[in-house]
Each structure stands twice: as C-alpha cells, then as structure tokens.
Design a protein around this ligand. Structure first.
Ligand code: XCC
Ligand code: SF4
Length: 678
C-alpha cells in the first residue's frame, strides 16, 4: 500500500492542455500568434477551448433556470424520443417550452444589444441636432433627407402657396425626436417596418408581429418567459419574431441610418486586414467593440498634426490605428482604417507586444483581454458606463459626447505615452491582405444600378438572365468551438464557385478580407463563369462588405430594393437569396437570424444550434415557420453542405420565378464560347 501511494505521488505533474495552433485557425497569422502566446505562457481562448468542454444540456437548449426550483435539465435521451415526450421540469414545462423560452431570451439579449447601441447613437444625434456639441455634426444631409420621410418628417414646407425646402437643422431636430420616440412610444407601431415590401408588411400584420416600440417587445420577452407565463412554443416564438423585427427594422436600422447621417454613408474604399497591419515603429492603438461614436473621434484625433508630432517626439514614426470586431468595420467603411482582426484575434493583438492601447466600448470584448494586457505594457481602456471590467489594471475613461474630443485626445495621448514602455517581446506577424470595403444600399445602387431603369435593375437583370444565380448573405461571429474562419471561408468560396454573389457583415466580413476575397481580382479565381463575368464588367469584388452587425439592416434594405426593381417577385421571400452565419456565437446572431427569417429569407447556421434538445420546437423553426414568413431556419455545421443547402434554396426560388431555364442557357452559351475560344 505504502509503495503504491509513493508511486502515485511521484507521478509527474500534468502539463497544461494547450491548443493546437493549426487546428485552431486556418489563418497563418493567428496560428503564429497562438504559438507565440503559448511560448510566453499567456493563455488565450484557444487554450481554454481545449480545457473546458461546453455543457451538453445547455447546448441542447433544454436547461431551464428561470426559477429557484431548478435548474431543471432535460437532455434528449441517447436513443432519441420514442412515443410521447414525457420530459418536464419541476413546474411541468416541456422541452419545447424551455427551449423556446431560452431561444427568445437570446433574441431579447441580442435585440437589446443592437437597439441600445442604436439608442446611444440617437442620443448623440439629438445633441448634434441641438448643436450642444462641437464634436458631432450632421454630415450627410442627403442621407438625412432620404430617411426623414420614413420617420414621417416633412422635408419641404409651404410658404405662400409655394413648396420650399425645409431648413436642414429643423429636419434634423425632428428626425432626432421621432427616432428617439421609437424606443418607447406609448401608442401605434414602429415606423420603419413600413419600409419593407408591402406584401411583407401585410404578412407581419396578419401574423400579429408588428412591433409597437423597441423596448416594449424586449421587456415582453422577459415577462413571457418568467415562470408560469407563456407555455406554448408557437406563441413564444411569435413574440421572439416581433422583438427581432423591432431589432432589424428598428433599433439596428436606426443605428445604421443615424450613424450614416452623423459620420457619412460608406462608399467603397481600399484598406487592409489582419494583425500584420500593426507597425513596430508606430504607436499602435486598437479600437474594439461596436459603437463608432467614440472611435470616430479617435480617428479624427489620430490624424491631427500636433498629435502625430507628439507621437514623433516619443520616438515613434507615427500612429497606426487598427480595429477589432465591428468598431473595426465601422471605421473601416467610413475612413479605410485597417482591421487588425476578428473576434477571436482580440487577445492576439495584445500578444504582439506592440499594442500600446486597446480601447474598448461595448459587446464582444473578452474579459480575458485584461489578463493578457497585464502580461504586456498595453493600456486597456474601457470607455462605456455600461461596460467596465473588474480587473485592477483596467483604466476607465468614461466617454461623453459633450466632451468627446477631450476624451479622445486623452486616450490617444495615453497610447502615445505608453509607446516607450514596450518590452523587448514585440512580435507582429507579417500577414495582411488588401480589401475593398464600404458597400451598402447606396453604393450597390451606384455600381450595379441601371442608367435608365430601376435602381437595382442591373443586379436583377443578371439574376434573371442567370449569370448571378442568387444572393448569399453570409454574416456573423467566430466561435472558438470551431476552427477559426474555416467555415466562413469555405461557405463563401462554395457560394462564389456556384455564381452566388455574397453580401457580408461583421466578423465574416473580416474573415473574407483576411482571405483576400474582398478584391475584384478574386472574382476570376473563385467565381463561377457567370458571376466572374459580372464582377469583371462592373469592377466589384464578388463579396461585398456591407459593414457591422447593426448594418445587417443594410442587407434588409438591399433585398427590398431588389424587390422594388422588379422581375423577382413582390416579396423578399420570392428573391433567390439565402442567409448564413457559419460560426455564430452571440445572442445578437440569433436576433439577426430571426429577423432575417421573419423577413422571408431561408437562413442556415453553423457551429451549433440551441434547440437540438427539443425536436418539435426545432422542427417548428426549420419547417413550420416558412408558412408564416416565407423564410425559415436551418442548421448545418459542415460548410460545404451548408452552402449547398443555400444553393438548393436559391434554385427552388429561381424555379418558382420561372427563371431556372435562363441559367442553363447562360452556362451553355458560356461553355460554347469558351470551347470556341479554345
Ligand atoms: Fe461580435 Fe460584431 Fe459576432 Fe463579430 S460578428 S463576434 S457579434 S463583432 Ni456581428
Ligand atoms: Fe424548472 Fe419550471 Fe423553474 Fe424552469 S421555470 S427552473 S422548468 S421549475
């Protein structure tokens, strides 16, 4: 016995489990930096992924902790359910009820995040309209005039029987009032859903899902999912859809529109992406999060000659700004500021040892960046009153639109002052790719619009004649449970190969940028003959980066423009289009997925799906929902099958429109032509 004990005690200490860099990401810069982190003994999300397994019951969506009699856990039995599903929680809640409650609480979380972001922008917009701040101005008056009618704000006035243009400041003020009112008005319904095609609006009306105001729909989810309230998954999902519509056609759309008015509507511009954008001899300031309100000021500050001089006085050659997540997408699309990386690269940016300041606002910020920053000289600065961190190395500089420029200056100077504190451990990977970003409803109109006919006529025409098979909207996060960027890139490439043009936002946009897919040249390499020809003629990349998470609202409006241009049905659900989030992880992704589905678009998610433990409810989302909205969910973790499901749906829609034959003709022509040329 004693011997045995001794033997046991002598057992070597277990090495900590570490991630395999190549298995963790398809991106070389990421692989290099994961390895680097491990050499330095700094833990990243990739290591935590191998150390901690996700909970199997939570994963199935069937763990309820909505009251203190639980948590009640209802995993799916190994062999599935035979006969009646008798699983129930303490109160009797079924697996369907539990999964549906959890699902719509995710929608509430996501819709709240997007919409609260929108509210902040609306508040800044109000300050600008009232001229209470020097930092923010109404920059894009064309955009202001274009959105005013949707908020029921007149752009003209009658003076002595004559129609005249109304004063811009007056319009801005009324737009601000009307917009802010959307979050909490006591009567009526949300205004923006009327921008949808009429058939869709009527569908929502009939289904009883027209949102009343943004906040109310989110609050009602919290009420309905409290113990003992709504216990019918269909009725729960009705509210889930309503809150999601209030996000996509409400909070998010307002965020996008008001940001465009304040900071300018994006137009295509060139930039770069990946960690290689950081520069060893420059002060590197990384902005991370979602709201452009502060980062816009930082961009302005970092360009000021006296600030650049100050950086030089500290021994740096200049200031290099870079972005992570959607703050990156915001300042990329308006200023061409390069993107340092995706959601999963946030820790790695600090591990370069060259990040002098990381400035974060809201959403998608790992608390672990504080632990990583502790191992380096990096100043980690939180800026938002609702988003602080407990670690004591985190600096909080609360940002306020009334002293925005002062705050931005303080932050940038802090980064500059920190340049000299760098250790010897600087290692920036070289990888970066060129990208063209900054697409949106307006620029697609410009590039693919017709000169004589409707705005989106050229795009529609090419879909009708079959050169473009359809539209794929591929968006969303990275998820450390899957190989970084692999599904994003495989799904997108499979779509391109099959002549499906891709619109992207969020971290998929960043993944595509890193892979070089956001360049016109990539069309000839990756696209089928039809799409490649269109891209070449028009001079656009085959993947159009349309911005941040809230900018998924741009995709809804682009789809609406396609319907308006004619020839592809009279509702969004008629258009040969499909949505996808191959590596989703956030609650916002679920809210986005639901408003896209409720807008009539078939939407496939990868990674995992939080309803697998409740097959009846899952089936409701994936099949029954089509009867209500024309769109439905699907789940497929294999990227190629995932893309093929989207293509099959696109073909189904082409057939319903009677344009399936056109494509065969185009391909035949093209093959003939190629044979002739050869
Ligand atoms: Fe966050 Fe918007 Fe997801 Fe990326 S994509 S991980 S939500 S940053 Ni919207
Ligand atoms: Fe369990 Fe019902 Fe309470 Fe949920 S609400 S924890 S299912 S008793």
């Amino acid at each position: 016995m004693a011997e045995e004990k001794k033997l046991k005690a002598a057992k070597p200490v277990k090495e900590p489990k570490l991630a395999d860099p190549v298995a963790s990401s398809i991106d070389l810069a990421t692989q290099i930096m994961i390895k680097r982190a491990q050499e330095l003994g700094v833990e990243t999300v990739f290591d935590r992924n191998v150390k901690m397994k996700p909970c199997n019951i939570g994963n199935q969506g069937t763990c309820c902790k909505n009251c203190a009699m639980g948590p009640c856990r209802l995993p799916l039995p190994k062999g599935g359910i035979e006969g009646e599903d008798e699983r129930k929680g303490m109160c009797g809640a079924t697996a369907n009820t539990i999964a549906a409650r959890n699902f719509i609480r995710m929608i509430a979380g996501g819709a709240a995040a997007h919409s609260d972001h929108g509210r902040s922008v609306a508040e800044v917009f109000m300050s600008a309209a009232r001229k209470e701040t020097d930092a923010y101005k109404i920059k894009d008056t064309n955009k202001l005039l274009s959105i005013a009618p949707y908020l029921e704000v007149a752009t003209t006035v009658e003076v002595d029987g004559e129609t005249q243009d109304r004063d811009i400041d007056e319009i801005a003020l009324e737009v601000a009032e009307k917009a802010l009112n959307e979050w909490g008005k006591a009567e009526d319904e949300l205004l923006y859903p009327k921008r949808a095609p009429k058939a869709l609006y009527e569908k929502w009306k009939k289904a009883g899902v027209l949102p009343r105001n943004i906040d109310r729909e989110i609050v009602e989810i919290m009420h309905r999912t409290h113990i003992g309230v709504d216990q019918d998954y269909k009725n729960l999902m009705k509210q889930g859809a309503r809150a999601a519509i209030a996000d996509g056609w409400g909070g998010s759309m307002l965020a996008t529109d008001l940001q465009d008015v304040l900071f300018g509507t994006p137009y295509p511009l060139q930039s770069e992406a990946n960690l290689g954008i950081m520069k060893e001899d420059h002060v590197n300031i990384i902005v991370h999060g979602h709201e452009p309100v502060l980062s816009e000021m930082i961009v302005a500050m970092a360009q000021k000659p006296e600030i650049i001089e100050y950086a030089k006085s500290k021994g740096a050659k200049g200031i290099q700004l870079g972005g992570i997540c959607c703050t990156a997408n915001e300042i990329l699309q308006r200023h061409g500021v390069p993107v340092a990386g995706t959601f999963l690269q946030q820790e790695l940016a600090i591990i370069t040892g060259a990040c002098d300041a990381m400035v974060v606002d809201i959403q998608c910020i790992f608390q672990n960046v504080a632990n990583v920053a502790k191992c380096f000289h990096t100043k980690l600065i939180t800026t938002h009153p609702i988003a602080k961190m407990e670690q004591d190395n985190v600096i909080h500089i609360e940002f306020d639109e009334h002293h925005a420029l002062e705050d931005a200056e303080k932050i940038v100077r802090m980064g500059i002052d920190n340049f000299q504190n760098r250790g010897s451990e600087v290692m920036i990977p070289k990888q970066k790719a060129t990208q063209i970003a900054g697409f949106g409803v307006e620029s697609i109109k410009y590039h693919l619009g017709g000169t004589f006919r409707g705005d989106y006529f050229t795009l529609n025409d090419n879909i009708i004649n079959g050169r473009i098979r359809g539209i794929g909207a591929v968006v969303g996060c990275n998820n450390a449970r899957t190989r970084h960027n692999e599904a994003h890139i495989q799904v997108v490439k499979e779509l391109l190969k099959n002549d499906v043009i891709v619109l992207t936002t969020g971290c998929n946009g960043i993944a595509c940028a890193m892979e070089g897919l956001l360049t016109p040249e990539s069309a000839a390499v990756y696209c089928g003959p039809g799409l490649s020809e269109v891209c070449e003629t028009v001079g656009i990349p085959p993947v159009l980066h349309c911005g941040s998470c809230v900018d998924n609202s741009r995709l809804l409006l682009a789809a609406t423009e396609v319907v308006k241009a004619g020839g592809l049905g009279d509702d969004i659900c008629d258009v040969p289009a499909a949505g996808s989030a191959p590596e989703w992880m956030s609650e916002k992704a679920i809210s986005i997925g639901q408003y896209v589905v409720s807008s009539g678009i078939y939407t496939v998610f990868g990674a995992t799906f939080p309803t697998s433990g409740a097959p009846v409810f899952h089936n409701y989302l994936c099949k029954e929902m089509e009867k209500i909205y024309g769109g439905m969910w699907d789940y497929e973790p294999d990227p190629i099958k995932h893309a093929q499901l989207m293509i099959a749906h696109i073909d189904k829609k082409r057939k319903a429109l009677g344009i399936d034959k056109a494509r065969e003709r185009v391909l035949m022509d093209m093959a003939d032509r190629q044979a002739l040329e050869a």
